[in-house]
Design a protein around this ligand. Structure first.
Ligand code: CP
Ligand code: NVA
Length: 308
């Protein structure tokens, strides 16, 4: 891979994404094949927000590769307050082999990558969640085959998930339709970048306030929580604004009959998605969650060397 960091869903070229999917698939088929291939590798895992999937899948993945993950929660480092991002980076690059960071401002993640002379992986920022979209598109590829010409509809908040789905979809030739309430659209710069990338892959990017229009004939329907981590104060107001954007049986019936339902999780059942949809046969959310393990193992394996 060209880049030594993975900070954005746009960081990998289409051929690199597909090669990563093949590698993740091989790792999933035969988990033991890569066991111990990164003996004694260490990953610092910096979390400024809560996590279930990201923490567990990175930790398990590193362990299976033969290395160790070091969990550093918000109170361990107190990034930017107890110690600057620069100083943390300059310490960690001398101690560990790779850094994964989950934080608020995307600039903290890019600064960490700039200052640390070791690979840095974005484990979620307010702007992007690229490891999640690796798992999302890998899951679609696993189930539906060739992604070129497929359509993914995302209904809900124009947040970090919407951004990474747009950027990676454009790379992979997946047309992405985003439906949000007025005022909650994705960042215009991200949409423009995805549109430009889509010109090369043949994918089109649509942003609308009409959920039915977005979901029409989609191969995959995606949603996420209405209030992301850090937006807890807005949760009540958002519940009112977002209710018409709930993914329920009526809305998903507008997609193709064999469409899959995706959600990064955690889900707020009864809000952005009903039980009837998330527990339906169309829903592949737990396969998608498991796939975080396989794609991230493949990613870490690509970004690091054999130290044994
Ligand atoms: N989807 C995801 O990133 O889950 P966590 O927030 O639990 O890590
Ligand atoms: N948009 C959500 C994603 C959680 C995985 C958040 O940032 O909280």
């Amino acid at each position: 891979m060209k880049s030594e960091d993975f900070l954005s869903a746009r960081d990998l070229a289409p051929s690199e994404l597909l090669a990563l999917f093949e590698k993740a698939s091989a790792m999933k088929r035969d988990r033991k094949q890569y066991f111990g291939s990164r003996t004694a590798m260490t990953m610092a895992m910096l979390f400024e927000k809560p996590s279930l999937r990201t923490r567990v899948t990175f930790d398990v993945g590193i362990t299976q590769l033969g290395g160790a993950g070091i969990f550093l929660g918000p109170s361990d480092i107190d990034l930017g307050k107890r110690e600057s991002v620069y100083d943390v980076a300059k310490n960690l690059e001398r101690m560990v082999d790779i850094i994964m960071i989950r934080t608020f401002a995307h600039s903290v993640c890019t600064d960490m990558a700039e200052f640390a002379g070791i690979p840095v992986i974005n484990g979620l920022t307010d702007r992007e969640h690229p490891c999640q979209t690796l798992a999302d598109y890998f899951t679609m590829w696993e189930i539906q085959g060739d992604l070129n010409g497929k359509k993914l509809a995302y209904v809900g908040d124009g947040n970090n998930m919407a951004h990474s789905l747009l950027l990676m979809g454009a790379r992979l030739g997946v047309s992405v339709s985003i439906a949000t309430p007025e005022g909650y659209e994705p960042d215009e710069e991200v949409v423009e970048t995805a549109r430009e990338d889509g010109e090369a892959s043949g994918a089109t990017m649509l942003v609308t306030n009409n959920a039915t229009e977005a979901v029409a004939e989609a191969d995959a329907v995606y949603t996420d929580v209405w209030a992301s981590m850090g937006q807890e104060d807005e949760a009540e107001e958002r519940k009112k604004r977002f209710l018409p954007y709930q993914v329920n049986e009526s809305l998903i019936s507008r997609a193709k009959p064999d469409a899959i339902f995706l959600h990064c999780l955690p889900a707020h059942r009864g809000e952005e998605v009903t039980d009837a949809v998330i527990d339906s046969e169309q829903s592949v959310v737990f396969q998608e969650a498991e796939n975080r393990l396989h794609v991230q193992k493949a990613l870490v394996h690509e970004l690091t060397l054999d130290y044994s």
